[in-house]
Design a protein around this ligand. Structure first.
Ligand code: SAH
Length: 382
């Protein structure tokens, strides 16, 4: 179990050189630091140097599969905004990618709810290349870009985050059984160099405070080599969002693959639609993890808001009427378009595809009622 995890593949990217020399100089770096560089380095990070989405890219997301995804989310947020009385709402998206989801939501709002179509749009995006794409796609909307959530206007926000939280850097810890009768411990799992290759090494034991923050205190007797994950950035974003929604109102849909609890070792790397080693050519592969919705709920509650769900994406979309909407759109389409439409919607809802791995949750002000789509299924895991 003590074998280091080694990359099996060539690693010779510019970022590999940067990371390697940093480790040679200062010792192992945290996994979150490694992921932050691989995805977000200003020159060579995955999200900064290319457009990773769509059929030609490294992965495809729901809004890129069908415009109906954004339409349904837009209708849903319009309903939530209407319920709240529409007091100077602002729109928020975390990690807008190509801007397709926001464009599809705004299209719906322009038809049914001008107050939302005219509201300022706040986009949380780190990549200058993607900011430019979003600007081109969403003009003439009133757009504001942010790195964090500190500068949102003091108004209710109606927001969405699709595949945002899975892209935030995580850390991992590994359980090591004690030797000769001593008790075992959770140890950090930083990234070091093993024979010139990047790989996981054992780091310092987690402190008592870290064990609490990582929610590991209640885990009974983990097996030697068990992996735990913690996403400090997700906690921070969820806490800020919760504080805002608790103070000013609003609602934010959070859609991602994940579970209502931890997933063990869920870090994965994908390049050209294929799984690759997490240390494969840093900057050339997407790195992501399964979102722990229970941790997001904890952040929401700690900051005066609540999180409803998660329910599966398939159940949510069906409950809010995607089948009826698809039928209505299909009636206006020719046979080939109709086939494409049904295939795309099947991809979004069927449990063999995205329907059950992906979950939908929503951050709301504290309270008790369950909105449509969450009513029967709150807390479902799958
Ligand atoms: N929501 C889009 C894109 C998902 S990919 C879709 O569904 O197609 C993740 C998005 O989050 C990208 O736009 C990426 O640049 C952005 N992102 C990743 N890490 C970020 C961070 N730390 N802060 C802000 N944006 C980030």
């Amino acid at each position: 179990m003590n074998e280091p995890h080694l990359s099996q593949t060539a690693q010779g990217t510019a970022l590999f050189e940067t990371i390697t020399s940093q480790i040679e100089h200062d010792g192992p770096i945290s996994l979150a630091n490694y992921i932050g560089l691989a995805l977000g380095d200003a020159d060579h990070g995955f999200y900064h140097k290319q457009d990773p989405f769509g059929a030609d890219g490294d992965f495809t997301t729901a809004p890129e599969i069908s415009g109906l995804f954004g339409e349904m989310c837009g209708l849903y947020l319009a309903y939530m905004a209407d319920l709240s009385g529409l007091k100077q709402p602002a729109i928020l998206e975390l990690g807008p990618g190509r801007g397709s989801l926001m464009a599809d939501m705004r299209h719906v709002w322009s038809q049914i709810m001008p107050q939302l179509a005219e509201a300022p749009v706040h986009l949380v995006e780190t990549s200058p290349a993607l900011r430019q794409r979003q600007k081109d796609r969403l003009a003439p909307a009133d757009l504001y870009w942010h790195i964090g959530l500190d500068d949102l206007p003091a108004t209710p926000v109606f927001g969405i985050a699709n595949e945002f939280f899975d892209a935030l850097p995580i850390d991992q810890a590994i359980w090591r059984d004690g030797q000769n009768g001593t008790t075992g411990s959770w140890r950090h799992r930083p990234v070091g160099l093993i024979d010139g290759r990047l790989g996981f090494v054992d780091g310092a034991p987690l402190s008592k405070a870290e064990i609490d923050i990582w929610h590991l205190a209640s885990l009974a007797a983990p097996a030697d080599g068990s992996i735990a994950e913690y996403c400090a950035m997700a906690d921070a974003y969820a806490a800020k969002l919760a504080t805002h929604i608790a103070s000013y109102g609003g609602a934010c849909l959070i859609i991602d693959y994940g579970r209502d609890g931890p997933s063990g070792d869920s870090l994965q790397a994908v390049a050209n639609h294929q799984p690759v080693d997490v240390f494969h050519q840093p900057g050339d592969a997407d790195l992501s993890h399964w979102v722990d919705f229970s941790a997001l709920r904890q952040s929401a509650v700690n900051n005066g808001a609540r999180l409803v769900g998660p329910v599966t994406q398939g159940d949510f979309l069906q409950a809010i009427g995607i089948a009826q909407r698809t039928e209505a759109v299909a009636k206006l389409a020719d046979a080939e378009t109709r086939r494409g439409l049904f295939a795309a919607v099947d991809r979004l809802v069927s449990s063999q595809q995205m329907g059950s791995a992906f979950k939908v949750a929503m951050m709301l002000p504290s309270g008790t009622g369950l909105p449509p789509g969450f009513a029967d299924d709150q807390g479902s895991t799958a």
